[in-house]
Design a protein around this ligand. Structure first.
Ligand code: PMP
Length: 418
């Protein structure tokens, strides 16, 4: 039986509207949920004639698909009743054992018991927020911040307070000042959200020198740090920097993901958490999804065991470096009136538009000119950021990137002449 009140004689629940008779029935937190600007863009950005510099999709053509298919086939043939069965709420032990080898590359020394597997790091963000945030609690987040994290914080009715970053990442002095002010105002700050490596959207990396300083400040104010690090192994030069979690076992929740270094379609990420927090995360995850997908986890464990995953990451790094070079080269050639960050890894550059331009109002004209980007406003909780755009170079080929930047520069210069 349908539960939707369609009969005209049936009154809408109080506060309902003609468009949504259940409007007045939603929980408070549902009213804070909004479609991300990126999702709204996908429909147009995916049209083949549009060069999309908007999305953050990894480029998967280089994956050894035949080898992966063979491994998957063998997995189902030999261990199908396990792979297709429910699994543990914390995640499959054989995958957690492999994850500790991966995080060791960033200096993290932990045990498989410290790891909770999640459905992508997006679910990790949701679980962490669910167990820590009451409505009105403050989450301090970099300005700008990953749009998907802002969406989660909003959906739990957190009050998001931004702290600026610069080309060396989150600014310690600004963090200290903000936390001091919030403490003086009697505000409860629970979480500090940071993407220290190859930031989404800013493209910058927190310097080695700032890492212990940020941790010291967070510790002094009793604020737990969420270190969201899906891009950490995708640096173009040198070794990965030590993770914040490698410098502090108790005050940091480290979020990792296979989405950018392998494949997002499996939807597998993880949290490295202190003991007590880990138990709460598992309880929260069990209530949300019972357990992460066993099939996905065992598929990834098989990939890590049978394929040269480190060689694959090296290939990805080279591919993305070439695309970063194409983008930065094209920006220098076509858009000298703007400034931008030059990322040392990851997927994004953050472009400051010439004075007076508004990234949001310019977007429809850009789409007409067959190029898409994400306006900076998506990455701020307070609606600022209209003077920036995020350009991503992960998915289009270098040739398409150059064409996309050329079109984008044309839109910017037409806008300046308006
Ligand atoms: N955090 C950041 C900074 C991201 O860029 C993304 C994906 N764009 C995520 C988390 C979510 O990744 P996933 O759920 O695929 O692991």
């Amino acid at each position: 039986m349908s539960t939707t009140p369609t009969h005209p004689a049936q009154p809408a629940p109080s506060g309902g509207t003609r468009l949504d008779p259940w409007f007045g029935a939603y929980a408070e937190r549902a009213h804070g949920m909004r479609a991300s600007e990126i999702r709204a863009l996908f429909a147009v950005a995916n049209r083949p004639e549009v060069v999309s510099l908007a999305g953050g999709m990894p480029y998967l053509e280089g994956l050894p698909l035949d080898t992966i298919a063979d491994a998957m086939q063998r997995l189902v043939a030999t261990r199908g009743t396990t792979a297709l069965q429910y699994g543990s709420g914390q995640g499959a032990e054989e995958l957690r054992e492999r994850i500790i080898d991966i995080v060791r590359l960033e200096g993290i020394d932990c045990h498989p018991d410290d790891v909770v597997v999640t459905t992508g790091s997006q679910q990790a963000l949701d679980l962490v927020t669910r167990i820590f945030i009451d409505p009105g609690d403050v989450v301090v987040a970099e300005a700008p911040s990953y749009v998907g994290a802002l969406g989660v914080f909003r959906s739990y009715q957190a009050d998001i307070v931004h702290v600026p970053l610069d080309e060396h990442g989150l600014i310690p002095e600004a963090l200290e000042e903000t936390l001091t002010r919030l403490a003086a105002d009697g505000r409860r700050v629970k979480l500090l959200y940071t993407v220290p490596n190859f930031h989404n959207p800013a493209g910058v990396t927190m310097s080695l020198e700032r890492r212990p300083r940020i941790l010291e400040i967070a510790q002094r104010f009793g604020v737990l740090v969420i270190e969201d690090n899906p891009y950490g192994l995708l640096g173009f030069d040198g070794d990965p920097l030590p993770a914040l979690r490698s410098l502090d076992d108790e005050g940091v929740l480290y979020l990792g993901s296979f989405s950018k270094t392998f494949a997002p379609g499996y939807r597998v990420g993880w949290v490295v958490a202190p003991h007590a927090v880990r138990e709460k995360l598992v309880l929260a995850s069990e209530s949300a999804i019972l357990c992460p997908s066993n099939a996905s986890q065992l598929a990834i464990a098989t990939y890590l065991e049978t394929c040269d995953w480190q060689g694959q990451i090296k290939q990805f790094r080279e591919l993305y470096r070439e695309r970063r070079d194409a983008m930065i080269g094209a920006l220098s050639e076509h858009l000298p009136s703007a400034t931008w960050t030059v990322p040392d890894g990851g997927f994004y550059t953050w472009v400051k538009l010439p004075d007076g331009l508004d990234a949001r109002s310019m977007l429809p004209r850009a789409v007409t000119a067959r190029v898409a980007y994400v306006p900076g406003t998506a990455f701020y909780a307070d609606g600022s950021g209209a003077d920036h755009v995020r350009l991503s170079y992960c998915f289009p080929t270098p040739e398409r990137i150059r064409e996309g930047v050329r079109r984008f520069a044309g839109v910017v210069s037409a806008e300046r002449d308006l």
